[in-house]
Design a protein around this ligand. Sequence first.
Ligand SMILES: [Zn+2]
Length: 273
Amino acid sequence: MLPSGLTLRHVLVVGVDGVRFDLLGPEVTPVIWGFGRDGFLGPVPVDEGTPTWSGPCWATIATGHGVDRHGITGNDLTGHRLADHPDFVTLATRAGLPTLLAVSGWPPLALAEDGGPLFAEAARREFVAVAEKSLAGWDAADEALTGLAASILAEDGPRMSFVYLGAVDAVGHVLGAGAAYREAARAADHRVGRLAAAIRSRRSFADEDWTIVVVTDHGHLDRGGHGGREPEVATAWAAAAGPGIRPADRTLITGQTQIAPLALAALGPITGS
Ligand SMILES: [Zn+2]
């Protein structure tokens, strides 16, 4: 039993790959849209020096540093300098906190493939592979990963978690940013809602402070694909809600380097906790 007034702080960061900012809205992504009402939701430009590929964008989000520091310029992470600039899950893990890394579909975020893992250390590490190399396979992997992560969040309540969903980006690459892409975003938004509901279902929820951050790495061209500086590609976004997030603050997150510091700050002082 905690002394009254003392609550344990928890942070969940959900990464949804390749979701265009102009797709967000109350119809397609009601859960993410709700962050704009209760907390923060806004566009986040991909820094000029960061190629709009998943590798460099996620590295910047995870470490709080740009390409000049982490050294990742593409989807092969080989030669990175992540040891000098660790990700936010690793930093929380090294502080002795229970942490979760849960990744669907794209190996180098979690595994020693293509120069990975981008997230070096986690108390619990889950990876769900795309069993069948198809869009249905990507959807199934996101679905399985969501169920797994939801049960871990509900039962174990890690202090710092990163959960990654990859299916929206896969649809964008194959079919472009049309109706199927919107449906994939709708499914991802529903999965974000399931993760949030799992947190609210915790028996100890009333004694805990949870900050939830949802973020994408880059957008997509109408015809699908990314890597350039077109506005629909180079405009990412972030959403956040929690005890320290003031709804009126429209400038909370204006760059991808700000997400890791925000997630770590939301934990409060972590050394010795
Ligand atoms: Zn991506």
